[in-house]
Design a protein around this ligand. Structure first.
Ligand code: UDP
Length: 234
């Protein structure tokens, strides 16, 4: 196993599957199955999940809502997704804990770094909900922050695209995929890997990022075992 402790970042949108909104139960099950495979290998797994399938603060603001209010709604959306994923993982017999950056003790533990690490050491999957707990941030930033806090070996950003390309591969047929990039190259080529806050945080703390296709069966396992999947930034 190449990576002993990972932080898996899943976008909320990925959970929609082919739906327009909300959570696709089959997608949820598929993700739980993929995660179980690496847990069974002995990999310590922490997860941050987005909320874009339910609510995004910027969209609320665009529709005339207060941005901060919208961002808190977005953070709550990530807790809903976290609970859904927790349920799907527990259906597969995996022990989990949900920790929230906004306290809500009926459904989640508060985020406490030391407790999170202890859970991981005991083989529990830890899901971090409510982002960073602050408006104007994203779950990519939350994922990076938590990854650094828990000393994860790598942040694995599961997307529907199989890596980082020179142009948007969903819009350009001739887009070329990168196998490896340095942080400097990402800056120089102005590539979109994560938002700038998240990316800078990763860079400053030398946290490698792998962008990969989470919807392809076995990809997560291959990555953890050290195969070249997706694009590695380090
Ligand atoms: N959000 C926030 N602070 C955080 C993380 C998230 O305010 O630390 C809000 C923000 O409004 C964001 C929404 O939660 O739009 C959902 O998160 P995100 O857009 O990152 O989800 P994803 O794109 O991964 O589905």
């Amino acid at each position: 196993m190449k990576y002993k402790r990972i932080l898996l970042k899943l976008s909320g949108e990925a959970l929609m599957g082919n739906q327009e909104y909300g959570i696709d139960s089959q997608r949820l099950k598929d993700y739980a199955t993929e995660i179980k495979k690496v847990v069974d290998l002995g990999c310590e797994v922490a997860i941050v999940i987005g909320g874009g399938n339910i609510f995004r603060g910027v969209s609320g603001a665009a529709a005339g809502m207060d941005r901060v209010q919208g961002d808190y709604m977005g953070m709550l959306a990530t807790v809903i997704n976290g609970m859904a994923l927790q349920g799907a993982l527990e259906d597969q017999g995996i022990k989990t804990r949900l920790q929230s950056a906004i306290e809500m003790d009926k459904v989640a533990e508060p985020f406490i770094k030391r407790k999170a690490v202890r859970h991981l050491e005991k083989g529990r999957v830890v899901i971090f909900g409510a982002g960073t707990g602050n408006p104007y941030f994203t779950t990519d930033t939350a994922a990076t922050l938590r990854a650094i806090e828990i000393n994860a070996d790598v942040i694995l950003k599961g997307t529907r695209v199989d890596g980082i390309y020179d142009k948007d591969p969903e819009k350009n047929e001739n887009a070329v995929k990168f196998e490896n990039l340095s942080f400097e190259e990402v800056f120089a080529k102005n590539l979109k890997v994560m938002d700038m806050t998240a990316f800078t945080l990763s860079h400053e703390n030398k946290l490698p990022i792998i962008v990969f296709d989470m919807n392809k069966e076995g990809n997560l396992t291959r990555l953890v075992e050290g195969e070249n999947v997706g694009t590695l930034v380090n």
